[in-house]
Write a protein that binds this ligand. Structure first.
Ligand SMILES: [Zn+2]
Ligand SMILES: [Zn+2]
Length: 485
């Protein structure tokens, strides 16, 4: 598996198929129509003709002037197809269709269908002219204060951004990772650099975007996720899921990879390649997570990867330690449309003023759990990855119109609902790994007004992952008790 260790420094990278970009100093010799608009729109992106602001005739003129390079979106390398937009080389992820180009069997890429179909006959355009620039002096408008742990991470991140280095910020859930990045982002924007903030989860992009737009009010920013509205091409601060980062090539000087250990990112070398291609070759890379994988931990310990550890939550209180409660055969109960009595009893006895997440191991478990909790009189709803109303339901939960939100692991990260409690139904299921359970437990106690929060793992036999989770959290809490510096 191609892990982080080979990300920006490894020799296993194939040569980039993308054109090298000319220096910012060059000015096109031939006058071209709407030059600035074209430059701003196309800089650092791989675009289809229909994504261009101009028609074919003007595109041609730019190609002839050497400002745009036209390449087929899908090429053949030896016997293998390769999609230049998304780096897909997996033969199983190409299809054929009867195409408008006249071919009965024109090859297309299934991997990046989310961004519109590209076929072997589809031209892709890269900007090879001078990159659009933008310098923002003092772009950060934020009066909050950083904790001492945050401050340390913030300084390290800004230094990594300046020196174009790699840095891992290992911060517990609720440490305030976002605020730790403000300074690094502000300094990059002030240097006229472009910043990518990428994360595997759509919900995290949606939650982060308004926060960043608020603290960087004068900076053109954009959020890209599946089905997001067409975002501003001139954005200097880009938030994107890793899938959507494929829209960019060589664009960014500083990249923040948030929740770097999360699915599907960590298991998908293609996505990692895409994020690498979105950045300039010497970009600074800052990884953020509460639960680094084993390999990254090894690299940190061996000194191969610089890191900062923040074991303290921003409000200074310890992380809630999960309690494990035996719930009997919860699978059998669910299959009969019931919930384990231990869970129901706990739901009835808790202080219902606080919102409650109930994590379940599968999509199939969402509906029966919601129905039982509703008949118990709770205002309850459920979400999962394919749920089109996910965003509305999360908002309703946050606004306290819903008492209990039943969810799959889709909400294990990034989503913050103040003062929430957390239950996991079927915590012994294989899907609940140590990192998933640590992240889930991290949903509780995030608000300084209620830093404790309850976390209960309902199970039918304690697993190693559950025990490791409890130990992981206790270790972090012990570190937290130690002096900060
Ligand atoms: Zn593709
Ligand atoms: Zn075709």
């Amino acid at each position: 598996m191609n892990m982080l260790s080979t990300w920006f420094t490894g020799s296993s990278q194939s040569a980039s198929p993308f054109p090298s970009f000319s220096s910012d100093a060059e000015i096109p010799a031939i006058p071209l129509p709407d030059y600035t608009k074209m430059q701003v729109h196309c800089s650092g992106r791989a675009l289809l003709a229909q994504e261009m602001p101009h028609d074919q005739k003007i595109i041609k003129a730019y190609v002839q002037a050497g400002m745009l390079q036209e390449v087929p979106a899908i090429t053949k390398q030896g016997t293998l197809w390769r999609c230049l937009r998304c780096s897909n080389k997996n033969p199983g992820l190409f299809g054929v269709h009867a195409c408008a180009c006249g071919r009965e069997r024109c090859v297309y890429c299934r991997e990046c269908l989310e961004m519109g179909r590209v076929s072997a006959c589809t031209p892709l355009y890269y900007w090879t002219g001078p990159k659009a620039s933008g310098v923002f002096t003092d772009p950060l408008v934020w009066s909050g204060r950083l904790s001492s742990g945050q401050e340390r991470a913030s300084r390290a991140a800004a230094a990594a951004g300046l020196r174009k280095e790699e840095l891992y910020i290992w911060a517990v859930c609720g440490a305030g990772k976002t605020e730790m990045m403000f300074q690094a982002v502000a300094e990059a924007l002030a240097r006229g650099e472009r910043v990518l903030w990428t994360t595997p989860r759509t919900d995290v992009v949606r939650e982060l975007y308004p926060r960043l737009a608020e603290v960087f009010p004068g900076v053109p920013a954009a959020a890209w996720y599946a089905a997001s509205p067409e975002a501003r091409p001139e954005a200097r601060l880009v938030l994107a899921t890793a899938h959507q980062a494929r829209r960019f090539k060589g664009a960014f000087d500083v990249v923040i990879i948030d929740e770097v250990d999360a699915f599907p990112y960590v298991f998908d070398p293609g996505l990692q390649q895409a994020v690498r291609e979105a950045c300039s070759p010497h970009a600074a890379v800052i990884y953020l997570s509460a639960t680094p994988g084993g390999k990254e931990q090894q690299r940190m310990k061996s000194g191969a990867l610089s890191y900062v550890r923040v074991p303290r939550r921003f409000h200074g209180h310890p992380l809630p330690v999960p309690e494990c409660r035996w719930a009997g055969n919860w699978r059998l109960q669910l299959s009969r449309g019931r919930l384990p009595p231990a869970l129901l009893q706990w739901c009835r006895s808790r202080d219902t003023a606080y919102p409650l997440f109930v994590f379940v191991p599968s999509v199939a478990a969402v509906r029966p759990a919601v129905e039982v909790l509703r008949t118990e009189g709770f205002r309850c709803d459920g979400v999962h990855a394919e749920d089109e109303k996910r965003e509305e339901k999360i908002t309703a939960f946050r606004e306290e119109q819903i008492d209990i939100l039943v969810t799959t692991t889709i909400l294990e990260r990034g989503v913050t609902v103040p003062k929430a409690d957390v239950a996991v139904l079927g915590a012994d299921d294989d899907i609940f790994t140590e990192s998933a359970l640590v992240q889930i437990a991290g949903r509780a106690g995030r608000n300084p007004e209620r830093p404790e929060g309850d976390v209960v793992f309902f199970h039918y036999g304690r697993t190693k992952a559950m025990q490791q989770t409890v130990r992981h959290i206790q270790t972090m809490n012990r570190e937290e008790a130690a002096p900060d510096e």
